[in-house]
Ligand binder design. Structure first.
Ligand code: TPP
Ligand code: MG
Length: 781
């Protein structure tokens, strides 16, 4: 680690003791949180009328497991500038906490998991109680906090968040089984490379997942990974009661017994609550243990034997407090019991466990709550209400609500300059557009941030990076430049850089784009993130891409090269179904232009779209195939048509009964075919589609008034169409339904292989002959 790496947080040198009154208050709130989350789930299953018979499982035991840790964090440790990802099944705990803080309504709790109610899994977009990161697909929320931490540094070190910016800590509340997801480790490696700081992962180590009990040996391995990647590991194993017992006569015998107890046996004994017989049998020969057993009735023995640190408020508070003194990334391994405080605590099948009516009634009385008072904020707590109110009003985390920022909009010029040559690929055009932007001093230039998983140069970002540099928390010189070795790439690294270089893992790319794309909301600094990737490898990070869109993060993903057009690279690199991803992914608008002037207009539109309240992210599928660039007046109407999804490149004439529809790299084949077809069909036209996704969306919305309907309205009602693209033919085949015209759709449906483009287009039926043959077939139908 470079010692010059800036410390972003003023960490205190000394820590103060946690006072007893605070602990008592937090214990009371913890009970309340446990009750409210349990009741919320029970209400959703048994009280609220249900019409579909579907049970709401999967939350109760998982929530109980984290109640102590989350109470300590939200009511004591967190600050408003901190940002948190809560493990999916702890959603009820989060909503209950916000309810107690006055930031969540009763109606939403009553409607938990129902339409319009609090969401099953915390959602930034659907919940209105200030969720920072959505979760649901395990492993993603955890890793997201790591990338958010890097983005927070990016924003802070550049001074983009304005005066008074206090950088917060990124925190994840993590289920232990989330470490089965490889993406967590991919993220950790990336975090190590970038010297990530001020990141806390609080692991709910209940040693249970959905189906089974997790092996302790596995976690020893996982701790090794944390250690070797420079994390601080803080283990919260035993609570204060157990620690006191261990300090007594023969106490160490008890400690070793629990230490050696297999997870599944400990869980089973917890569930049964029968400790005495077992302890007598195994440790009864030690007088100290017999004294201990005599001093406890069954209930207090149960409390003692399940007093793991993750359920011990004081132990948790002290651990968080002590950890404040360093900015190292920190992992807390908090031993917990899944379902703690509930009748199915510890049972291996408790993941979907629900309490029956008698059980919830028993829990209600145990919590001192009268029937009818289930939702009352303070019912059953033995602290005076004014004291509780006063405490809640002083909770640091709740000092701001909502904690989201309203970042300034970055002006986008009316056109983006792009010097073209006679032939050029869209990939090269993309590089040129950015290179031009990089030369200026515009606000736009200062807010663009690029990132790429080891394909910076091969996706044409090199020019931009040469001009704008690579971001790093440390200033690192380009050794090749220092040594005067000629290289086309300048890899100057430091705070001023605007490119974040990632390792190859595409999952990380999308999680990084998600974090960059949430920066306006999370950190008050609007960024315009652009990620580049080879098109086929979108599939490699697809869940993370979906996750980024689900959170409404705003970014541009530029995927290139794409399709069969990679020709000699072969089938392993050729993308086929990606256009369908572009069509189907909510929150993402897909474009595949053919010409560089179209691309520049789409990019200009995109920079606005990324910032519009009702906007979203953009996927550009680009190609390395050099195409002849049209010399044309790119008038306002064509510009509008390009971002609306398509235009007549060769308009039909007369009462035209045939057209070719083509996209992207296949425009030249379509033009050649059209020239042949016009010998017999002089009025035939060529429709260039720049975005099947935009055309389709507007058609679904506006029907016959939509752009595509107007475009196809230039053809005769019974006209025939042949469509062609370098991707799955279903991308365009729906066009036949717009006006009920017959269509034959050409595209790629089989894996590719190495070859010259001409040969491949012939073999896969995309060449001019194939288009003409398809036209002949459909005209005869
Ligand atoms: C990617 C993904 N795969 C599967 C699931 C289904 N699932 C939800 S929770 C869970 C087990 C989680 O165990 P853990 O993280 O230990 O949390 P706990 O239930 O113990 O609180 C599984 C498999 C999911 N949500 N996401
Ligand atoms: Mg677990």
């Amino acid at each position: 680690m470079n010692p010059a790496a800036p410390n972003l947080r003023l960490v205190p040198d000394a820590v103060s003791p946690v006072d007893a009154a605070t602990v008592a208050m937090l214990r009371a709130l913890e009970r309340k949180v446990l009750w409210l989350s349990s009741w919320m789930i029970h209400n959703a299953n048994h009280v609220r009328p249900k019409r579909d018979g579907l049970k709401v499982g999967g939350h109760q035991a998982s929530s109980a497991s984290l109640a102590t840790l989350m109470t300590a964090l939200y009511f004591h440790t967190l600050r408003p500038q901190d940002r948190v990802a809560v493990k999916p099944h702890a959603s009820p705990v989060f909503h209950a906490i916000q309810y107690l803080l006055g930031h969540q309504t009763l109606a939403k709790l009553e409607g938990f998991r129902a339409l319009g109610g609090a969401q099953s899994y915390p959602s930034r977009t659907k919940d209105d109680d200030d969720v920072d990161f959505s979760t649901g697909s395990v492993g993603l929320g955890v890793a997201e906090t790591l990338f958010a931490s890097m983005v927070r540094d990016y924003v802070h070190l550049k001074g983009l968040a304005g005066a008074g910016d206090t950088p917060g800590r990124m925190v994840a509340l993590v289920g232990d089984a989330e470490f089965d997801e490889g993406n967590v480790f991919e993220a950790m490696l990336e975090g190590w490379k970038h010297d990530v700081r001020n990141l806390w992962w609080v692991i709910d180590y209940n040693r249970q997942s959905l189906d089974s009990v997790v092996s302790d040996r596995l976690f020893q391995r996982i701790i090794g990974v944390f250690d070797s990647l420079g994390w601080r590991v803080i283990t919260l194993k035993y609570g204060k009661l157990l620690e006191a017992a261990f300090a007594g006569p023969d106490g160490e015998r008890l400690r070793s017994w629990i230490d050696e107890c297999p997870n599944s046996l400990y869980a089973a004994l917890t569930y049964k609550g029968e400790w005495r017989g077992r302890l007598l049998r195994d440790l009864g020969q030690f007088p100290g243990i017999r004294v201990l057993l005599d001093a406890h009735d069954d209930a207090s023995l149960r409390r003692l034997m399940t007093n793991l640190a993750g359920h011990d408020m004081l132990a948790v508070l002290e651990a968080f407090r002590d950890a404040e003194t360093s900015d190292l990334p920190t992992c807390f391994i908090a031993y917990t019991i899944k379902g703690h405080g509930l009748p199915f605590a510890g049972h291996k099948d408790n993941h979907a466990g629900l309490m029956n009516t008698e059980q919830i009634e028993a829990l209600r009385s145990a919590h001192g709550i009268s029937a009818g008072d289930e939702w009352a904020r303070f019912a059953g707590l033995d602290l005076p209400v004014p004291e509780l109110e006063k405490f809640l009003a002083s909770v640091p985390f709740a000092a701001r609500f909502p904690r989201r920022h309203d970042a300034q909009r970055i002006p986008v010029p009316e056109t983006l300059a792009v010097p073209t040559t006679a032939t050029m690929s869209t990939q090269e055009g993309f590089g040129r557009v950015l290179y031009e932007i990089a030369a200026g001093q515009s606000q736009l230039a200062s807010r663009i941030v690029t990132t790429s998983p080891d394909v910076t140069v091969s996706t044409n970002l090199g020019g931009w990076v040469n001009r704008r540099g690579i971001f790093d928390r440390r200033d690192i010189k380009d050794i090749f430049k220092e040594e005067k070795i000629v290289s086309a790439q300048l890899w100057q690294m430091g705070h001023s850089g605007q490119h974040i270089e990632l390792g190859i893992a595409e999952h990380n790319l999308f999680l990084m784009l998600a974090a960059l794309g949430l920066s306006a909301d999370l950190f008050g600094a609007r960024l315009l993130p652009i990620g580049t990737v080879y098109d086929p490898f979108i599939a490699r990070g697809l869940d993370a891409l979906n996750y980024a869109c689900y959170q409404d993060a705003r970014f541009m993903i530029v995927a290139t090269p794409s399709g069969l057009t990679l020709a000699p690279e072969g089938g392993a690199h050729q993308s086929i179904l990606q256009p369908l991803i572009g069509m189907g992914q909510p929150g993402l608008t897909y474009f595949e232009p053919a010409h560089v002037d179209e691309l520049a207009e789409i990019m200009r539109w995109s920079f606005d779209h990324l910032q519009d309240a009702e906007g979203g992210s953009v996927y550009l599928r680009l190609s390395t195939r050099p195409l002849a660039q049209p010399t044309r007046q790119f008038d306002a109407a064509t510009r509008r048509a390009v971002v609306a999804g398509g235009y007549w490149l060769e308009p039909p004439t007369g009462p035209c009964d045939f057209a070719v529809v083509a996209m992207g790299a296949l425009i030249p084949e379509a033009l050649t075919a059209l020239a042949q077809l016009r010998e017999d069909l002089p009025g035939a036209g060529l429709l260039a589609v720049t975005s099947p996704a935009v055309l389709h969306a507007h058609w679904r919305r506006d029907g016959s008034a939509s752009h595509v309907s107007q475009l196809l309205g230039r053809l005769a009602p019974d006209a025939r169409i042949v469509s062609v693209l370098d991707g799955h033919p279903a991308t365009l085949s729906w066009l036949g339904s717009v006006r009920g015209q017959l269509i034959e759709s050409l595209g790629v449906e089989k894996f590719g292989q190495s070859g010259d483009l001409v040969d491949l287009y012939r073999v896969y039926g995309l060449d001019p002959d194939a288009i003409v043959a398809a036209a002949a077939r459909i005209l005869l139908r």
